[in-house]
Design a protein around this ligand. Structure first.
Ligand code: MG
Length: 251
């Protein structure tokens, strides 16, 4: 498995790509409210990507029909935006967005709460985000890839959550999906040794119930098998000798 090490120049472009994608998320976050359709959120996100000089990398990826993956409640990832899908008070909605800027990809996801949600739902959203931060404690040179997986899994276990196994994080750069794959669950092997200049999209997908997922008939939308809620949190991360740099989360 060849994991690319980016040059200083490449990292500058990835930083720019990530910083722009953060702005796309900010723009979409402002629009989240009961009554908005997932189609409208996609429209806002795609317009922002283009206004920042980017290209939506999810649009037409293996035929995906939109720029933003928008997954509501028991939908885990890859939900297709629709004018018929209206957010309601108490829902959670996961927005997964990516863009290409001057040939370099960025990828990030956030789960938002729509209006007031129950304490258990809020906990799922917040602890899924925390899973990412637990994971990146090991996203540094000298650690091994699966240290990240184990830390994410351990944090999810504290709450009895199910860690999705069928989908994983990934390397990122001139392609959206590069080596290595980054599981969010414990591995028997240590995985590769992390080196400065590796860029990784680390993305825990955490279910309130069991970890199993299935695909809807649209062949895209991934849902929890037990219909429990699911949350997703992702950033594009640079491995350094010290603290990891988060390209898609700078403030
Ligand atoms: Mg990703």
């Amino acid at each position: 498995m060849a994991v690319s090490i980016k040059t200083t120049r490449e990292l500058e472009l990835m930083r720019e790509s990530g910083r722009r994608l953060e702005k796309v998320h900010d723009e979409m976050a402002k629009a989240i409210r009961p009554g908005i359709s997932t189609w409208e959120i996609n429209r806002i996100g795609e317009a922002k990507i283009r206004s920042l000089g980017g290209i939506p990398n999810f649009l037409h990826y293996n035929g995906f029909p939109a720029a933003i993956c928008i997954s509501v409640n028991d939908e885990v990832v890859h939900g297709i935006p629709s004018k018929k899908r209206i957010l309601r008070e108490g829902d959670i909605v996961s927005l997964d967005a990516g863009m290409i800027y001057k040939g370099y990809h960025s990828d990030a996801a956030r789960t938002h709460m729509v209006g007031q949600v129950s304490p258990e739902v809020r906990q799922l959203v917040e602890e899924t985000r925390q899973c990412f931060f637990e994971g990146i404690k090991y996203a540094r040179a000298g650690c091994h890839l699966h240290d990240i997986s184990a830390a994410i899994n351990a944090h999810a276990d504290k709450f009895g959550y199910g860690v999705v196994r069928d989908l994983v994080g990934h390397g990122i750069g001139t392609s959206l999906h590069e080596d290595p794959q980054i599981p969010n669950f414990r591995q028997k092997s240590k995985g590769i040794r992390l080196r400065p200049g590796m860029t990784l999209a680390i993305e825990p997908m955490i279910n309130m119930g069991r970890p199993e997922v299935c695909w809807l008939d649209d062949n895209w939308t991934v849902v929890t098998e037990d219909e429990s809620l699911s949350a997703h949190y992702e950033n594009t991360v640079l491995i350094t000798d010290g603290e990891p740099e988060l390209f898609t989360l700078t403030q």
